[in-house]
Write a protein that binds this ligand. Structure first.
Ligand code: HEM
Length: 450
């Protein structure tokens, strides 16, 4: 009997709102302390909500896969509906199943390679703007790059000219994220605050761009095989045979634009940071690129010959997973690790925490790309490493992201190495993705002889 079990252990916050402040200031620090103190299942309070953090791979696997029918997405994602509407990331139930079926063909293994050439060409254009020794906000550079790649490959449009404006608009909206952890967030969202006005303007700008993309593509009669044309051509055969409404298309395009670029941009940003601090790993990466590519641009066919490049990315995804927390809500009462959760309980799982757990990774804080041997991958419990989630809601863009990360890193690291600008502070800003709080200002240095 589920009800006979006790609730999960956790702190009783003595100061009203105390935990909320600690959470807003440093959510990862708070969650780390809680899991160290209370173990693999811990319940904490955030405002009026009780939230259960699960840190053990076995428990995570149950939520994400074997018991997934008992879960919906949680509030953080309901917040994202503000921007993303009912797109793939945020929709539930039948609608999600249908949209996933329609979008899947664009992400099939055979299709993704066609995007490779475009990824390399876009990266090549970016680096042509760089000068040896200059300071650059590498987080912005990587965001521009991945935004340009997503819009070109998925929607066959160029937004390079607007990349700056889109980036700023997305940041404005994402900055509201912590607020959605607050009680009464629905009310706060309706107040005439300057931040709400800015967010509404930012959403309007993004809407304008996305609707323009859809309009332009409807007017073009050629079928270019990208995701947008597939979505436009899709018909709901099981329903009334109609296509997607403009609103639904808008939600999918906005979702893929955001989910498809922000995460990969953060992956590359943290990779540059880690390489700058680990010269041995950096040298090994350079050696692989020089041997395999010998100065030419990479192609999709080179990917199997760049195992170390992939290990570097795998290790960055372990230490700085862009999707650092994944949330769900129970539908029915649920039992986990010997504890009872009621219906409608919020459950969170953090790739950041579990992937730094010494039970599964030796010397867990160290950046060691070489740890990613086939033997480790075989020995690792499922969901000790889950940067792309799992189950029915697993990232649809995973192979796209691996390809993009590998080709962009291979293109850029052949010619450049990055060093942090002296005295630049680096700290975590865990929002919807794991961003660097003060940005990532780096010196771009041309490698000698390249
Ligand atoms: C390093 C890069 C990426 C990371 C770490 C990442 C991570 C994730 C994670 C953890 C989820 C599951 C969220 C949950 O279960 O609540 C997810 C879902 C999703 N991702 Fe990614 N992602 C990446 C790149 C991409 C790319 C390149 C695209 C598209 C081109 C994409 C599109 C999506 C979509 C549409 C979903 C929702 C899938 C669904 O619920 O059916 N992602 N991603």
């Amino acid at each position: 009997m589920v009800t006979a079990l006790p609730p999960p252990p956790g702190p009783r916050s003595p100061i009203p709102g105390g935990q909320m402040l600690a959470f807003r200031r440093d959510p990862i620090g708070l969650l780390t302390r809680l899991s160290h103190t209370y173990g693999d299942v811990v319940r904490y309070r955030l405002g009026a909500e009780r939230i259960t953090l699960l840190s053990h791979p076995g428990d995570i696997q149950e939520v994400m896969v074997s018991q997934q029918r008992n879960f919906t997405k949680s509030r953080a994602l309901q917040w994202a509906k503000f921007l993303l509407g009912e797109g793939l990331l945020t929709s539930e139930g039948e609608l999600h199943v249908r949209q996933r079926r329609l979008a899947q063909p664009a992400f099939q293994r055979q299709r993704v390679p066609a995007y490779g050439a475009s990824m390399v060409a876009t990266t090549q254009r970016l680096q042509q703007r760089w000068q040896d020794g200059e300071h650059r906000a590498i987080d912005h550079e990587m965001s521009h790059l991945t935004l340009a790649i997503a819009s070109k490959t998925l929607f066959d449009t160029d937004v390079e000219a607007e990349a700056q404006a889109i980036g700023t608009a997305l940041t404005t909206v994402l900055d509201l994220f912590p607020r959605f952890m607050l009680p009464l967030y629905n009310l706060i969202a309706k107040l005439p605050l300057p931040s709400n006005r800015r967010a509404a303007q930012a959403t309007h700008l993004l809407d304008t761009i996305v609707y323009r993309m859809i309009r332009e593509r409807r007017a073009r009669s050629t079928e270019s095989g990208d995701l947008l044309s597939m979505l436009l051509a899709a018909r709901d055969e099981e329903g009334d045979g109609s296509g997607m409404s403009d609103q639904q298309l808008r939600d999918e395009v906005m979702t893929l634009l955001l989910a498809g670029h922000e995460t990969t941009a953060m992956l590359l940003t943290w990779t540059w940071y880690l390489l700058a601090h680990n010269p041995e790993a950096e040298a090994q990466l350079h050696a692989e690129l020089d041997t395999v590519l010998g100065g030419r641009l990479p192609t999709v066919d080179d990917m199997p010959r760049l195992p170390y490049t992939r290990m570097v990315l795998a290790e960055t995804l372990r230490l700085y997973p862009p999707a650092w927390i994944i949330g769900r809500r129970t539908i029915e009462a649920y039992e986990v690790g010997g504890y009872a959760l009621p219906a409608q309980a919020i459950v969170v799982m953090s790739p950041y925490l579990t992937q730094r757990d010494a039970r599964f990774f030796s010397d867990p804080a160290a950046f060691q790309p070489q740890r990613w041997t086939p033997a480790l991958e075989a020995a690792l419990p499922k969901f000790a490493y889950f940067p792309f989630g799992g189950g029915a809601r697993q990232c649809i863009g995973e192979s796209f992201a691996w390809m993009e990360g590998t080709l962009a890193l291979a293109t850029l690291a052949q010619q450049w190495q990055m060093r942090l600008v002296p005295h630049h502070r680096v700290a975590l800003k865990p929002q919807l993705t794991l961003r660097p709080k003060y940005g990532m200002r780096m010196i771009v240095q041309r490698r000698s002889g390249h």
